[in-house]
Design a protein around this ligand. Structure first.
Ligand code: BGP
Length: 472
């Protein structure tokens, strides 16, 4: 049975939906210099804001000014929890100030109070691709050890301020995305630096990943001191790799590629680097700044639960070279279909992933992102029919239920991504929609920003009321 206190929810991230940049104290973040792209055109990372270019995150869907209306809508949907993030540059506009912005802190007070008033638990990510731009340009983001202190100051400020309002926290969103170090987008949003500008991009990636792992562990430790009841998790993008066939070399290769995801989780859950990682650093002759003190810190700052996103699976073939900048492997799976953006649809993969993580760590799991990015049509009468999304969610939730009820996996909650339409992270588009609530906003920034309930809204609402009954 799904537990009665199961956290059915929805997820978003500050930079993709808040807006509220101009006319507030908020500083520029790394997300604010990302232009709009598309499935074929990568988002550009500009030097500051360049007049004439379109930056969709500046307005998002204007949650900053509409949070009461939006929270009322998700309350109507029956959500038990709502995952969002605190925009680092709203609290510390440049990142290296000593004093936070009271205006920024007040905004989240109001959001959390409003959620709690509706009986919705906030689930808060501290860092979801929103590092202050100044930290990126002046310090090189997490390629610089100093950024650990700036992050810790931010984390402590949030923990202290919201200690009685927020119980569930996550440190770094999809911390393992930077393993795609061939892509500037992932390095920029995870680490606040462009790995391609360094002599050895891969070594720089591991160095900044290490500083983030230390920062995460320090935050866990500090948070527990501030409120021992906090539940603090990590967040991994968990796209499993399947071998193309049963050739032993492919089995071994798929296992090796899984290290791209699991190394981060191994450190954050077990408190130390796994041997395969240490051997790899040695083999590559990486000179990483990993001190004895850091290793002690990692041990003391392990997480309470594992948060992860699951969208798709990937197939790997030892004879196909790895594209070090891509989210997808480029090897086709004849047994699955895919979205218009080339993301495989594989519900059984979610059950596989839940089992994999639970067998490896025996820690509670929280599916903090899952969803179907699709083009939706708003009808003239204000309805929006999205049977494809209902199908996707139903199939994935059914597999989650099997993992819980048949396999005995401990799952705390499920927060489908982009519960209200928002700006896509990878492409900057509005038309890649995930929501159960439609927002009238287009790729070019036009639209009334009015909200509409999609068919999936009623479907999910009913599922929550039933606590997932009737799916199996
Ligand atoms: C994850 C991110 C989210 C989100 C989601 C969907 O990688 O944590 O921020 O956006 O993917 O991706 P996209 O918006 O590119 O479709």
């Amino acid at each position: 049975m799904i537990k009665p206190d199961f956290l059915w929810g929805g997820a978003l991230a500050a930079h993709q939906f808040e807006g509220g940049l101009f006319g507030t104290d908020k500083g520029l973040s790394v997300a604010d210099v990302l232009t709009a792209g598309s499935v074929d055109t990568p988002r550009e990372i500009t030097k500051g804001i360049v007049p004439g270019k379109h930056y969709p995150n500046h307005v998002g869907i204007d949650f900053y000014n509409r949070y009461e209306e939006d929270i009322a809508l998700i309350a109507e949907l029956g959500l038990k929890c709502f995952r969002t993030s605190i925009n680092w540059s709203r609290i510390y506009p440049k990142g290296d100030e000593k004093t936070p912005s009271e205006q920024g802190l007040l905004f989240y007070d109001k959001v959390f109070d409003c959620l709690l008033k509706h009986g919705i638990q906030p689930v808060i990510t501290l860092s979801h691709f929103e590092m202050p731009y100044h930290l990126a340009t002046e310090y090189g983001g997490f390629s610089n050890r100093k950024t650990i202190d700036f992050f810790l100051r931010f984390a402590k400020t949030c923990f202290k301020r919201y200690k009685d309002k927020v119980k569930y926290w996550l440190t770094f969103n999809e911390i393992n995305n930077q393993m795609n170090f061939g892509s500037d987008l992932f390095g920029w949003t995870n680490a606040g630096c462009l790995f391609s500008t360094f002599d050895n991009p891969e070594e720089t990636m591991y160095q900044s990943a290490h500083y983030q792992l230390v920062a995460s562990a320090l935050a866990v430790k500090a948070g527990k001191k501030i409120n021992p009841d906090f539940q603090i998790g990590n967040m991994i993008a968990l796209t499993p790799y399947y071998p193309i066939n049963c050739h032993p070399d492919n089995i071994l290769y798929a296992n090796e590629r899984m290290h791209e995801k699991l190394m981060f989780c191994d450190v954050q859950v077990r408190g130390h680097y796994p041997n395969y990682a240490l051997k790899y650093f040695e083999k590559q002759n990486f000179k990483l700044d990993i001190t004895k003190k850091d290793l002690k810190t990692l041990k003391k700052g392990t997480v309470d639960y594992i948060g992860f996103s699951y969208y798709m699976s990937n197939v790997v073939d030892v004879s196909v070279p790895r594209d070090k900048g891509a989210l997808t492997s480029g090897v086709e799976n004849p047994f699955t279909t895919e979205t218009d953006w080339g993301w495989t649809i594989d519900p059984v993969g979610l059950r596989y992933t839940l089992n994999l993580l639970y067998e490896r760590y025996e820690k509670p799991l929280f599916i903090v992102e899952n969803g179907f990015g699709a083009v939706d049509v708003l009808e003239e009468d204000g309805t929006c029919h999205d049977p494809y999304r209902i199908k996707y969610l139903k199939e994935h939730i059914t597999e989650m239920k099997k993992a819980i009820e048949i396999d005995g996996v401990d799952v705390m909650g499920y927060t489908p991504w982009g519960i209200i339409d928002c700006v896509s992270f990878t492409t900057g588009e509005m038309k890649k929609r995930y929501g159960m609530i439609y927002v009238d906003r287009n790729n070019d920034g036009s639209g009334s920003l009015k909200r509409y309930r999609k068919d999936s809204f009623d479907w999910y609402k009913n599922l929550i009321v039933q606590n997932g009954k009737g799916l199996l």
